[in-house]
Design a protein around this ligand. Structure first.
Ligand SMILES: Nc1ncnc2c1ncn2[C@@H]1O[C@H](COP(=O)(O)OP(=O)(O)OP(=O)(O)O)[C@@H](O)[C@H]1O
Ligand SMILES: [Mg+2]
Length: 394
């Protein structure tokens, strides 16, 4: 039965999803809420595109959090120094406070004594806007202290989510981890959610006794949404718009992209928008839409490949062809894919891991998180979506 919706397409591709279009994650949401409300700092790990940012926004939108906490969210993927980290955090707080009015914003800005920024008044709203350039942060540690003291003295408890936290380990200044840890340890009014997708780097940062953040968090892993949950969700959404979706079709899609949330949502979004009226959305319709997406991504993929060395390209393709690759430095693997020297495979693997084009699980299996790129890479080898689906089911 068709119900009223505000969205033209209910399969939302941005991380901040209204509750009615958010699929499952019930248990994970409760756990995350419980940790936050009990003041536990959290490490949230998942493969790329599985839904880390999504669940953090979902928790922030819950009334228990909305009414009682100030919540902040920064993604530090693009940062490479403490200055940039401080800039991101400062800007996020300014952005949130601007919505609350002039006084809270001014109070915050006054507390930042070490900062020179640029003030301007927005003529239409009368609100000040404040922009901080990297050059304005001359004493990043002092400013970080001041920001943290501000959070500590806020009239409500605060939650700070730092996405792609593993980036901190790459900063040139190598004591940033220690600086952050020593300050965060002292905070009582503020809970932190650290999240990221580089499992091995994060496991080192939080699990190795020599590192500052050693055993300082409760860890949560986010896996794929269960197939039955996603299937029910997708069918219901189609139904509520008066459209029909075949159950087997969603299950096949799920197997094809191995439950990775983004690729499910992207394929369903496209299928939903292109489905002719009075037709049922079935497997071949969805697979044709994916083929279309892969074709339209071709330029982007080609550009990405051209930024790799020949060895890296060859290894990436070999891993894509195998789906899950074991013993990639064995003579047998190297021979089967014509990869040349074992040492060059090792070097290529390191670079691909660093660029997050491949991941390695605890059983030393290598695979790609970008399921569409994987499908695109194997297409010229005659492996169609149907064939890959059959392989995945084995
Ligand atoms: N529970 C959910 N229900 C519906 N869609 C979701 C859900 N969780 C995530 N998504 C969608 O899946 C996609 C990926 O989610 P998200 O950006 O949260 O992943 P991520 O793990 O943060 O990825 P990245 O590693 O790239 O940062 C987004 O398009 C988002 O809209
Ligand atoms: Mg994210």
């Amino acid at each position: 039965m068709a119900t009223k919706h505000h969205y033209l397409n209910p399969f939302i591709l941005s991380p901040d999803i209204p509750d009615e279009y958010f699929c499952d994650r019930k248990a994970e949401t409760e756990t995350l809420l419980r940790y936050v409300m009990n003041g536990n700092n959290i490490l949230l790990i998942s493969p790329r595109r599985m839904g880390k940012s999504g669940i953090i926004h979902h928790v922030f939108n819950r009334h228990e959090v909305k009414d009682k906490y100030y919540s902040f969210f920064i993604d530090i993927y693009e940062t490479s120094s403490l200055e940039e980290f401080v800039q991101k955090l400062g800007q996020e707080i300014v952005g949130k406070l601007s919505k609350k009015g002039l006084n809270p914003l001014m109070a915050f800005l006054k507390s930042l004594t070490g900062l020179r920024g640029v003030f301007s008044l927005n003529p239409s709203t009368g609100m000040p806007s404040f922009s901080v350039g990297i050059g304005d942060i001359t004493q990043p540690e002092l400013t970080l202290n001041e920001i943290f003291s501000y959070l500590e003295s806020a009239d409500k408890p605060c939650i700070v989510a730092i996405d792609e936290f593993q980036k901190v380990a790459d900063y040139e200044q190598n004591n940033v981890e220690a600086i952050l840890r020593s300050k965060i340890q002292m905070m009582h009014n503020t809970t932190f959610i650290f999240s990221g997708s580089e499992r091995s780097v994060l496991a080192q940062m939080f699990g190795s006794a020599a590192r500052p953040f050693y055993q300082s968090v409760s860890t949560m892993s986010l896996g794929p949404i269960e197939c039955a949950e996603y299937t029910r969700f997708a069918i219901n959404l189609f139904d509520s718009y008066g459209k029909q979706l075949n159950e087997e079709a969603v299950e096949s899609l799920y197997n094809l992209v191995q439950g990775y949330t983004y690729y499910l949502q992207r394929a369903m979004n496209e299928s939903f928008s292109l489905l002719p009226s009075e037709t049922v959305c079935d497997r071949s319709f969805i697979f044709e839409r994916i083929d279309g997406i892969l074709t339209s991504n071709t330029d982007t993929y080609k550009e990405l490949l051209s930024s790799l060395t020949a060895n890296q390209r060859a290894l990436l393709t070999a891993i894509a062809l195998e789906g899950k690759a074991m013993n990639i430095t064995s003579v047998e693997f190297v021979k089967r894919h014509g990869l040349g020297a074992v040492s060059s495979v090792q070097t290529a693997a390191r670079s691909l891991l660093k660029r997050q084009l491949i991941t390695r699980d605890s059983e030393k299996q290598y695979y790609m998180d970008d399921k569409f790129l994987e499908l695109w890479l194997i297409r010229p080898y005659g492996i169609s979506l149907e064939i890959r689906l059959a392989q995945n089911k084995q």
